[in-house]
Ligand binder design. Structure first.
Ligand code: G1P
Length: 288
């Protein structure tokens, strides 16, 4: 079954990016002319998803504003001949459906995703953490395929040096990687001590989950850091059902901190037809 809904948790305070996030949610910071959030949405749409469920916070009304249709602005753009731009604005929440739900207290990623349950319903769904920009839909599309063929949940993973694993969820593989980069998962652990980590494969913020994840999420007890951890819900799934990771070498940017945001802006700028040439010229000039 094609996954139809993507959950995008966007309720965090963005403390790694203060004071910039004091008034503007980091998900709306521009990368080129797009808010970072739209780039993540486009990734989901490119993988065949047509319903975006953003989990926001009442402290961040600008997120819901982004999805509000502004007929006056669209009309002005049309009248002044900026039809392409008008079309882009018109497509927001029209060509695909957007639902904004709210997480009232910061109780962890598992809790945030759980807030989307009613909006998604009882079917498989994707989760995309918007701090991570992947640059294309290929990984998510592959994960959808693996979910459909195995009937179990699928997470995205990358291989990192051992001393970095303590900041992430880590998988405990049950076998070897196949030629497509797919590996069976026996267990997962959230932010282990690197010395105890079961592998160097970390979770990178893309998930395709079967509907039974909702039950595991609803049953979560506080885990690492006292928070309701999504990883713990997945761990319960992996213990009783097929569960796989797709290990890739995607160029991943953590836009939740200033350096990652800058590198993402540059890398995506270098593939943007309007920005590529002048940006390249500027970078070359810096090297001299
Ligand atoms: C979350 C997840 C973690 C995952 C990470 C990816 O952690 O809990 O398993 O590896 O995202 O970015 P956070 O970064 O929210 O602490």
């Amino acid at each position: 079954m094609q996954v139809r809904s993507a959950v995008i948790p966007a309720a965090g305070r963005g403390t790694r990016f203060l004071p910039a996030t004091k008034a503007v949610p980091k998900e709306l910071f521009p990368i080129g002319d797009q808010p970072a959030l739209q780039i993540v949405i486009d990734e989901a749409l490119g993988a065949g998803i047509d319903h975006i469920v953003v989990v926001s916070s009442r402290d961040k009304p600008a997120i819901a504003d982004y999805f509000e249709r502004d007929d006056e602005l669209i009309g002005l753009l049309d009248e002044s001949g900026k039809t392409q731009l008008a079309e882009r604005l018109r497509s927001i929440g029209t060509d695909w459906r957007a639902t904004v739900v709210y997480q009232d207290e910061p109780r962890g990623l598992g809790h945030a995703v759980g807030c989307a349950r009613e909006a998604v319903g009882d079917e498989p769904f994707a989760v995309l953490l918007p701090d991570e920009l992947m640059g294309s839909s290929a990984l998510l599309a592959q994960m959808n395929g693996v979910c459909a063929s195995t009937g179990g949940s699928v997470v995205a993973a990358i291989n990192v040096p051992r001393d970095e694993v303590g900041s992430y969820g880590v998988i405990d593989p049950a076998g070897a990687l196949n030629a497509d980069g797919v590996i069976a998962v026996r267990d997962l652990v959230e932010k282990p001590d690197p010395a105890d980590a079961p592998s160097n494969f970390i979770l990178t913020g893309r998930y395709v989950l079967t509907a039974d994840a909702w039950t595991e999420i609803a049953a979560l007890k506080p885990g690492r850091g006292g928070e309701l951890q999504l990883t713990d819900a997945l761990r319960a799934q992996a213990a009783r059902a097929p569960f796989h990771a797709v290990v890739s070498e995607v160029s991943r940017h953590d836009t939740g901190n200033p350096l990652g945001f800058l590198t993402a802006s540059i890398e995506l700028g270098l593939v943007n037809p309007d920005l590529r040439q002048p940006l390249r010229a500027f970078l070359d000039q810096l090297k001299r």
